[in-house]
Every structure is written in C-alpha cells, then in structure tokens.
Design a protein around this ligand. Structure first.
Ligand SMILES: [Zn+2]
Length: 335
C-alpha cells in the first residue's frame, strides 16, 4: 500500500515537473515570437512560427505575433496556413482550430478603409509601410474555411473535461457571429445569437446584448432589436468607474438610427445626447465615438445637437480627434 502510494507521489511529481517545464518552454517560445514581431525581424519570426506550429498549433501567439505579416505577405500567410492545417490533423484541439479560424479570417475579406487617414492609422498601428500585400477582395475559399474552423473549435470546446465551462464555446460563437455579420449573413448570425441567449450569463453581458440587438436590426427586426439594445446601459460596466461606456455608446447610436428610420427625429437626438452620458474607457478615449447618427441628424438640420455632441466628445473623451473636428466644422457651417 505504502509502495503504491510512493509510486503515485513520484508519478504525480513527475507529471507536475513535466507540466512546469513544458509551460516554461512554451512561455519562453511565446516571448521569443512576440519579440521577433516587435523588432520586425521577419526571418526570425518566420522560423520561430514554424517551430511553434510543430510544437503546439493551439498557441494563440502564432496568430497574434503574425497578424501584421499575414496582411502584408500573402505567400507567407498561405505557407503558415498549410502547415497549421497539416499539424492540426495530428494534434487537433479547439484552440488549434481557433488559431486556424483567426488565420483564415485575416485574409478572408478585402481590406477597406473609409478614409486615407484611417488607412494611415491602421498601417502605423501594425508598423507596416504600405497596404500593397493586403487582400483586395473577398476570398471565398478562406471565408468558408474560417466558418468551418470556427464551427470545429466550438464543437471541440463543448467536449472533454472543460464541458462545464461555457467560456470557450461562447467566445468562439461570438466571433463567428461577428464574422457572419461582416458577411451580411444575418440569418446565420441570428441563429447563433438565439442559442447564446439561452445561457443566463450572456443576458447580463453588455457586449452580447449589443451584438444581439445589432444582429436583429440588421436582420430587419428593429422592434426586437430595441428590446435588447435598451438593456445594454444597465449591464455595461466597461467604464473606468465600472459604469456604462463604449457598449452603451454603440447601443445609443443604434437606437438613434432605429428612431430615425421611424421618422422620430427628436428621439434620435435624445439618443445622440445619451451616447455621451457615459464614462471614459480604453476604447472611447482612443478610437472615439461613432458618427453615423450625428451625420444623419446633421442632414436633418439638427446642427445644434451635433455641435453639442462634437464639443462634448472633444472636451471629455478624444481631444484633437480629426474626424470629430471635421464634423464639428460642418455642423457650425450648417447652423
Ligand atoms: Zn470600452
């Protein structure tokens, strides 16, 4: 009995030892991957990425360290994808399929920028010189692969010992909802949202409530959309003081657009005003505020409301935001 116990203890220590050493190696390799990415050493990054794929295709840094290179270098992207697809058949896991889905999604849709300034900021963020290698149009093969791999990740994350945890199935499903929405495949996005709404935890998650409302509206169900969008504010704790912030900004913007489509301009103005009655968060102080509702209200002659909106955003959230300054100038000319 004692002997068995000792064997068990030795076995357990051995397993823990392997796990600790394994985690340390993984941690070291992940760090190296990111270092190559940050120092723009493409050759180093490439070699390290191929090693990472062989070692563990579910390592999320394979995607994160490479996303800029995937955009800039189509051949490299294809090569990584080929190696990942080969490796995942030997070492399948929900994490590996997620890395595959992310990798495919990076080049699935043609890159579009609304303005030159937006493009410039994007390139600067990724440390790229030009958009020469960017996908110019949608790639149907990559689109169907992205969907297939997300579905596979969702399916695999529901099996095994972690089935009690809904984190991964929800996380992957939410990303597939976003992807369907970008493709204007609203019926499929809606089906997934309906399934997610069966989970209690999602019903108090502001980002889910917002996504569900937006998907319903896009699917031509504004009345139902409104019900979900109105729940966002009370569930949004994204702000620096744990209060409503960027999800509420987007929800108010969506609610205002629904009101405007119904011809209720006054209600739309109220939603525009309410969209600035939020706390600061990492997002509304950096990427700023959506301007779709404000622009449409300016077209309806509501320049005073738009001036107030722009001045509030510039004063309290994003000083010197060029697109808000431009909108403010337009509103002042119109008033
Ligand atoms: Zn935020």
């Amino acid at each position: 009995m004692k002997c068995h116990f000792r064997i068990l203890v030795i076995g357990a220590s051995f397993a823990v030892g392997i796990a600790v050493v394994g985690a340390a190696i993984r941690g070291e390799d992940r760090k190296t991957l990111l270092q190559y990415a940050e120092s723009h050493d493409f050759e180093g990054l490439r070699e390290q990425t191929f090693r990472a794929i062989e070692r563990d295709p579910s390592d999320s840094e394979i995607y994160f360290a490479n996303d800029a290179q995937f955009l800039a270098r189509p051949e490299y992207h294809a090569e990584v994808l080929r190696r990942l697809e080969k490796r995942v058949t030997v070492k399948p896991s929900h994490g590996a399929y997620w890395v595959l889905a992310q990798t495919c999604e990076r080049r699935a849709l043609g890159a579009h920028f609304r303005t030159e300034d937006e493009k410039r900021r994007f390139l600067k963020y990724y440390g790229l010189d030009s958009d020469a290698g960017f996908p110019k149009k949608n790639d149907e093969v990559l689109i169907s692969k992205t969907i297939e791999y997300y579905k596979k990740a969702i399916e695999l994350s529901k099996t095994g010992w972690w089935f009690v945890d809904t984190f991964y199935p929800t996380f992957y499903s939410r990303q597939l909802v976003d992807f369907y929405s970008r493709l204007n495949r609203h019926a499929e996005a809606l089906d997934l949202c309906k399934a997610l709404a069966q989970q209690k935890a999602n019903l108090s998650d502001a980002s889910f409530l917002l996504a569900y409302g937006e998907v319903l509206d896009a699917a031509g169900k504004p009345d139902e959309a409104e019900k979900w969008l109105l729940k966002v504010r009370q569930n949004d704790h994204e702000g620096f003081e744990r209060g409503p912030a960027c999800h509420t900004v987007d929800a108010e913007n969506a609610l205002g657009l629904i009101a405007l489509r119904r011809g209720d301009v006054d209600a739309a103005v109220e939603h525009l005003r309410a969209s600035t009655h939020v706390e600061k968060c990492c997002h509304n102080t950096t990427k700023g505020f959506p301007t779709t509702l404000a622009s449409k209200l300016l077209d309806k002659g509501k320049s005073a409301a738009v001036i107030e909106f722009c001045e509030t955003v510039l004063r309290d959230f994003t000083p010197h935001a060029d697109y808000i300054e431009a909108l403010l100038a337009r509103a002042k000319t119109a008033s």
